[in-house]
Design a protein around this ligand. Structure first.
Ligand code: BG6
Length: 521
């Protein structure tokens, strides 16, 4: 029998009373999921374990099939074997269990072929038609492009040519999940969009940003729109500034080739961090409908003050890590990583100060930063409120701090509020204290990896947590002047921060001039 992992408190087999009476989330439509790039790292580490855990949690439809497609020649049998190893190694629920695994494995097949090979796509069609017959998958197809971005357009074209596009199909639905990056700049993103639209309508396209599948990111909306006490002060009258941080301790993890072309601005800020900004700054949507939410996110991005290239040096900073210590262990600098140019000028740290020119946020700076090999893995959104308007405590109030609300995304997931309180004692002394809410202890569950939620949503046809084209385009428009100015300005001081540090010193200049400072990572 399937175990509803979501309903169990961490490490326990007893039902979780906090979930009693909640909808199980089971997906109704039978369907096939095709993973392109099936031999890749993401498929092994994340996607197949996610599918298995969705099955374990009884979320998958009763009738489902999985087809792996990639260049490496192998049989379905050896693909299943590799996928079992992947689950045993990477699944958060531990090793694959019987009899569940055997039932799961019977639904997994593999088609090998190059993305140029029309014949291989015809074989894929045969396999999918066979699955419809044998597994009862009713012609419904979810394609997941987890390949290098250079072949996205080619795959989309081949799907249509082999009669696998939504417009060719006789029954059922087709949807496509596209991994990031969607384009490498504004022009290439627009060109890709044109190609994708030749085959899929926007409603059938699911651009994945795994940050949006993280529980605390989804909770931003719950915090803002399921409570009455935050919204009245969520504006320029009460908010002093907002800092959004996505800091990592890892380096480029063997992805030097890709990262050399990307850099921190494209890899993290243009997508994950900008999406966080949109969620924290948007107006309340009129309903939880995907387009109502995405309309509001788009409006925020449309209100971002365009950066002029001349402003780039004042409003941004970049850095690259040199050798240093992470958790006490020596690590190489970026230029010493595999597949990285020893004179590379790619940034591994980026920060930018943005303004949202609308009624709610006029004049409030949003400071965004992301970097690799920083002191801690730490992602958060910190909303800092203005100071009190009048001080009545004299010296006793010297340590009064601005209130801060922190939405903690990872590794701790929760919310913390910093406010001022009297220190117990005869005299009036006031100091900042922190009140913490933690999802793990609060709800007694460990959050599932983002990919589980996102794949399940795409199977359900819920695009809320996926990025719509207009938002992707706006995000590119926002970073293009930075990329262009950076490309034109020579870098003399890279590497300019030590691995394991708080990042480059030049990042401080962005805030110091405003009388503020970065929160500690
Ligand atoms: C990916 C980036 O999108 O996000 C990686 O390409 C980065 O460079 C990763 O390491 C961070 O994701 P997470 O979930 O570990 O914060």
């Amino acid at each position: 029998m399937a175990i509803d992992v979501e309903s169990r408190p961490a490490g326990s087999t007893a039902p979780n009373p906090l979930r009693a009476g909640l909808d199980s989330g089971r997906i109704a439509d039978p369907c096939n999921v095709v993973f392109f790039g099936a031999s890749g790292d993401l498929t092994k580490r994340m996607l197949i374990p996610a599918m298995y855990n969705l099955r374990l949690g009884d979320v998958l439809p009763t009738n489902f099939g999985i087809v792996g497609f990639s260049r490496s020649a192998k049989s379905s049998e050896s693909f299943r074997h590799e996928m079992k190893e992947a689950i045993d190694t990477f699944s958060h629920s531990g090793e694959a269990r019987e009899p569940l695994w055997s039932d799961f494995a019977n639904r997994v097949t593999y088609v090998s072929g190059s993305f140029d090979d029309t014949e291989a796509f015809r074989s894929l069609k045969k396999q999918l038609d066979a699955n419809d017959e044998q597994l009862g998958t009713a012609g419904n197809r979810l394609y997941y492009l987890s390949t290098p971005p250079g072949v996205f357009a080619k795959i989309v074209h081949q799907l249509a040519a082999a009669g696998l596009g939504p417009r060719e199909q006789e029954r059922g639905w087709s949807r496509i999940i596209i991994e990031k990056p969607f384009g490498t700049d504004l022009d290439s993103a627009r060109a890709l969009q044109t190609e994708v639209n030749r085959v899929f309508d926007e409603k059938q396209v699911y651009r994945i940003d795994h940050y949006l599948g993280k529980e605390p990111v989804q909770d931003i909306m719950a915090l803002r729109f399921a409570n009455v006490m935050f919204e009245p002060i969520w504006n320029r009258l009460y908010v002093d500034s907002v800092q959004i941080t996505a800091a990592e301790t890892v380096g480029v993890e063997g992805r030097g080739g890709y990262y050399e072309q990307a850099g921190a601005l494209k890899d993290m800020i243009q997508n994950h961090v900008v999406n966080l900004l949109a969620l924290v700054a948007m107006e309340p949507p009129i309903s939880p409908n995907a387009d109502h939410i995405r309309d509001e996110k788009f409006k925020v991005l449309s209100a971002l003050r365009p950066l002029r290239e001349d402003d780039v040096p004042r409003l941004t900073a970049r850095g690259q890590y040199g050798p240093g210590l992470i958790e006490g262990k020596p690590v190489p600098g970026y230029r010493e990583e595999a597949s990285v140019d020893p004179l590379s000028t790619t940034e591994t740290y980026a920060c930018v100060k943005l303004f949202i020119d609308n009624w709610r946020w006029a004049g409030v700076p949003f400071y965004l930063r992301s970097g690799k090999r920083l002191a801690h893995k730490h992602s958060e959104i910190a909303v800092r409120f203005r100071g009190i308007p009048h001080r009545i405590f004299g010296e006793a109030g010297d340590q009064i701090e601005n209130n801060t609300l922190v939405l903690k995304i990872q590794p701790d997931e929760g919310v913390s509020i910093r406010f001022n309180a009297k220190i117990p004692g005869q005299k009036m002394h006031i100091r900042g204290v922190t009140m913490d809410f933690n999802y793990g202890t609060g709800f007694g569950v460990v959050s599932a990896p983002a990919y589980e939620r996102l794949i399940a949503d795409a199977m359900r046809g819920d695009a809320t947590l996926f990025t719509r084209w207009d938002a992707v385009e706006r995000a590119w428009e926002t970073v293009v002047p930075i990329l262009s100015r950076w490309a034109d300005s020579p870098i003399v001081d890279f590497p300019n921060y030590l691995a394991g540090s708080q990042g480059p010193q030049n990042a401080d200049a962005l805030l110091v001039g405003d009388g503020r400072e970065w929160r500690r990572i």
